[in-house]
Ligand binder design. Sequence first.
Ligand code: NAD
Length: 352
Amino acid sequence: MKACITLLPGDGIGPEVTAEAVRCLQHVARKFNHEFEMQSAAIGGAAIDAEGDPLPAATIAACHKADALLLGAIGGPKWSDPDARVRPEQGLLRLRREFDFYANLRPVAPHPALLDASPLKAHLLAGVDIMVVRELTGGIYFGEKTRTAEHATDLCAYSATEIERIIRVAGRLARARRHRIVSVDKANVLETSRLWRTVTERVLTAEFPDVSLEHMLVDAAAMHLLRRPADFDVMVTENMFGDILTDEASMLAGSMGLLPSASLGDDRKGLYEPIHGSAPDIAGKGIANPYAAILSAAMLLRHSLQLEEEAVALETAVARAIDQGVRTPDIATAEHAPVSTRAAADAVLQEI
Ligand code: NAD
């Protein structure tokens, strides 16, 4: 097949890990006889430096033309003045809004060989396989904001329609997995959460009677994720709770450098990115873990290009590289000496 992918390398380690994901995609294309046309566009701090805008019009145009978008990471100390008028994150938030990427999927399934890389005890991690579904375009991040010298507000708002569509995404995913959903909210305190609970029950009862539902308060969910992570199948939640819980869940896998994500709307176009940030502390050193970016490319193959076999080939190649002990410093141990970003990606290429 022919497909057009827009690359948004961004800042810090973003360009380093994206370059390796691109090499893997090119290799998959050669192996499976596809043609991926890939074109880079500016976003985040790099775009602020170049054009004064974290999401320039040319980038939006390139994204409109593409079948899928592959992002590295954005941000860094250079652009983090709290009083700055233009910030790298605005580029990403606007991109999600522009394409209505309302469903953020973050699979968390620790590799058996890496259980020692997690701060959790290995026996708690056996069998962990969670799909976190985070609502991405509503809630407190997008509500009205006010600020004076002495007072500030952020409005959290959700409509039933916004809740219905994300619950349907979770329902469809649960059906292809273990048929269990935990919906996370704060219904004892927040009106938005009470609406979330009512709508979730309505949609799942009517449209997904074969899927079981458990409501969980966000504070309890934060605790159960550490106490009994293997009990979760699909976890669905609103924007801010999802942001926090997915970072917590990432530690089950051992490193931020291991987890991919997909942000999807109602059509096939999607935005794929590792869950980590631009890691300014290691940027430019050639030691960032490229596995999360490569696994994000695998999600791109699966969800936007419908190339399941190719996606599995890439995921299997990463798993085999890890099996062989090919580890960047974030997951290296005395037994497995650290390798560079490039060497880790080379090992994946060998295995595709
Ligand atoms: P971060 O994810 O960049 O880094 C947290 C820690 O994890 C650091 O010690 C870093 O070295 C390590 N790490 C992250 N990715 C790694 C990888 N692939 N390999 C090895 N180690 C890795 O989070 P942060 O330090 O809180 O944020 C840094 C910048 O990134 C900030 O400007 C923040 O706003 C931005 N950020 C961007 C995104 C995004 O682009 N979607 C997400 C989160 C943070």
